[in-house]
Design a protein around this ligand. Structure first.
Ligand SMILES: [Fe+2]
Ligand SMILES: [Fe+2]
Length: 408
């Protein structure tokens, strides 16, 4: 008997155990040979491995690991992960997948040679941006109105799916993004979600409420200077992190998978506050990160005395969002500081993987931390992570670039 990763499985392999999805639903019975189409469907249902008779050999041709382009990507990735244990099985998996994805899509990455920077460069910049951020001086945005309206209608036991839909449909651009994201939640199912009320019926009021909150919060930050951060790239990073967090959460059988999507979507929220309210300081820090390849997280902490986790904590405290969601965002670089590290641990790995793959960009060039102890608690195999990364890429391709209504 052998356990076969789906992508190494040949059609004709005989299943030695029943295959069930994460909810225990029977998908295929043992003793049957699987065909190509079934393998594709199993992948869509989130199945990573199946038990088969006999052992499975990889049919893939050996990679040319000495290819100079591949080598260059690998070198840059190792640099991006300079703060992380690159020998750890999860990180090895992330690097391998990222090399192949970047190789195929020509997503090169690189930094200026730090040796070419003047020795005073780092020092000068540090001095220039050394200003403490004082939150008392800024007016943090209010939580989005549509979220309050939705929650009010949802709290009324007499409200129907149509009443909820009516609230959302007052903003067609919000509804459009919501439907895209709702469809990605039922990825691989034959049905499609084409109305808000159907999203409520299929995903539930609370899950849809979470999604509306996440989307609306991102839309609040519509006036970030373009020369500072390309918002569509930032949104891509956020979206990919949301998708991967959701897929990992589903795989780990966690409840509230949409909340995990929102946690991933909003994980770098603190950066948006920083970009919007302290653009000059952020610009200098971003430049320093770009030129040196040092962690922006470390730079922002050193230069302004506060990092994007702490900034998010201030904002989320003001908005009184759910504690679980807040924890995932506020501890995404330090999950072990959280009483329940699982949620932030998922977001940490998702962020790391998305950075490595180069799906969008948050301004960060060197992911600051990876917590191996929290990873062990997650109990996710590196192979399952690899497949989750592949599913994220697939979902990103299908979704394209959603129009977030940022310019409304
Ligand atoms: Fe972050
Ligand atoms: Fe991030």
């Amino acid at each position: 008997l052998g356990i076969g990763a789906l992508d190494k499985l040949d059609s004709g392999s005989i299943l030695s155990k029943d295959v069930r999805d994460i909810n225990g639903r029977l998908l295929l019975t043992k003793g049957k040979a699987v065909d190509r189409e079934q393998i594709r469907l199993l992948r869509m249902w989130g199945v990573a491995e199946v038990d088969v008779q006999g052992s499975i050999e990889s049919a893939a041709a050996p990679l040319d690991e000495e290819n100079p382009k591949r080598k260059a990507i690998e070198g840059a990735l190792v640099r991006m992960l300079q703060y992380v244990d690159t020998e750890h099985p999860a990180i090895v998996t992330i690097i391998k997948s990222a090399i192949e994805y970047r190789f195929q899509h020509n997503l090169m990455l690189g930094f200026e040679d730090p040796k070419r920077l003047s020795p005073d460069f780092r020092f000068d910049l540090h001095r220039a941006v050394q200003t403490q951020i004082r939150f008392s001086e800024i007016q943090l945005p209010e939580s989005p109105q549509i979220v309050t309206q939705f929650n009010e209608v949802a709290a009324n036991p007499r409200s129907s799916g149509n009443d909820l839909a009516e609230v959302v449909n007052t903003s067609p651009s919000l509804a459009a993004v919501l439907l895209k994201i709702a469809n990605s939640a039922i990825f691989g199912f034959p049905s499609r979600i084409d109305t808000v009320s159907r999203a409520v019926a299929l995903l539930g009021t609370r899950e849809v409420g979470s999604l509306i909150m996440g989307i609306s919060v991102m839309r609040l930050f519509n006036n970030i200077p373009k020369d500072l951060v390309d918002m569509s790239t930032f949104m891509r990073h956020s979206l990919a992190c949301g998708l991967l967090s959701r897929i990992m959460a589903a795989r780990l059988n966690r409840p509230n998978t949409e909340q995990m999507f929102v946690a991933g979507l909003l994980h770098d929220l603190g950066r948006l506050v920083w970009y919007r309210y302290f653009p000059d300081q952020a610009r200098l820090c971003l430049e320093l990160a770009r030129k040196t390849g040092l962690s922006l997280y470390e730079i922002e902490t050193e230069c302004s005395g506060i990092n994007h986790e702490q900034i998010a904590a201030q904002l989320l405290d003001k908005w009184k969002l759910s504690e679980t969601l807040t924890d995932c965002i506020v501890y995404h670089h330090h999950p072990s500081r959280c009483p329940d590290p699982t949620g932030p641990g998922i977001v940490q790995v998702a962020d790391l993987a998305v950075n490595a793959l180069g799906l969008g960009h948050s301004g960060e060039h060197a992911v600051p931390h990876f917590d191996a102890r929290v990873w062990n608690r997650l109990n996710l195999s590196p192979n399952a992570l690899r497949i989750a990364m592949g599913q994220t890429i697939e979902q990103m391709d299908i979704m394209g670039t959603p129009h977030w209504g940022l310019t409304e």
